[in-house]
Design a protein around this ligand. Structure first.
Ligand code: FES
Ligand code: FES
Length: 165
């Protein structure tokens, strides 16, 4: 729906289980709407070239770099950010717990986007090989860890999935 001044659009988006109806500036990127308007600052901005993946969120079951789409393009969708990964909060999501256990982060800047990407990777392929993990996370840049512990964390989740097969 177009607002009266034509530069804003009214959108309705489910964010972390809460229905949000808002008037959004047409040019506003989704990542800025999440961070600046909703205060969900766990979704990070690490570049202006759509390369780092720090802004990754889940939109209707797909991991999406939220700096690559406008907020108005998400109208009608269901979004999960890092804050909504565990409904009700409290316990860590299994991917978060694996990152903690395997020291898969240092500064933590890439971590929210990395975790959202890992979550999707494991949904699509519960038992990825090391090269599949590295390929699957190629869109997420980490400047600290050298990736090895991230790969180990994902491998541990793969092993865990094997135990439950
Ligand atoms: S901020 Fe979105 S890819 Fe870097
Ligand atoms: S832990 Fe610092 S960028 Fe990944």
């Amino acid at each position: 729906m177009i607002d009266t001044d034509k530069r804003h659009h009214v959108v309705t988006i489910d964010v972390n289980g809460v229905r949000r109806a808002a008037s959004v500036e047409a040019r506003k990127l989704l990542v800025h709407w999440l961070r600046d308007d909703l205060g969900l600052t766990g979704t990070h901005v690490g570049c202006d070239t759509s390369q780092c993946g720090a802004c990754t969120v889940d939109i209707d079951g797909q991991a999406v770099k939220s700096c690559t789409i406008l907020a108005v393009m998400a109208d009608g969708s269901r979004i999960t950010t890092i804050e909504g990964l565990v409904p009700g909060g409290g316990a860590l999501h299994p991917v978060q717990a694996a990152f903690h256990e395997h020291h898969a982060l240092q500064c933590g800047f890439c971590t929210p986007g990395m975790i959202m990407a890992v979550r999707q990777l494991l949904e699509q392929n519960p038992h990825p090989t090391e090269s599949e993990i590295r390929h699957g996370l190629a869109g997420n840049i980490c400047r600290c860890t050298g990736y090895n512990n991230i790969v180990r964390a994902v491998e541990s989740l793969s092993l865990e999935a094997h135990r439950h097969d």
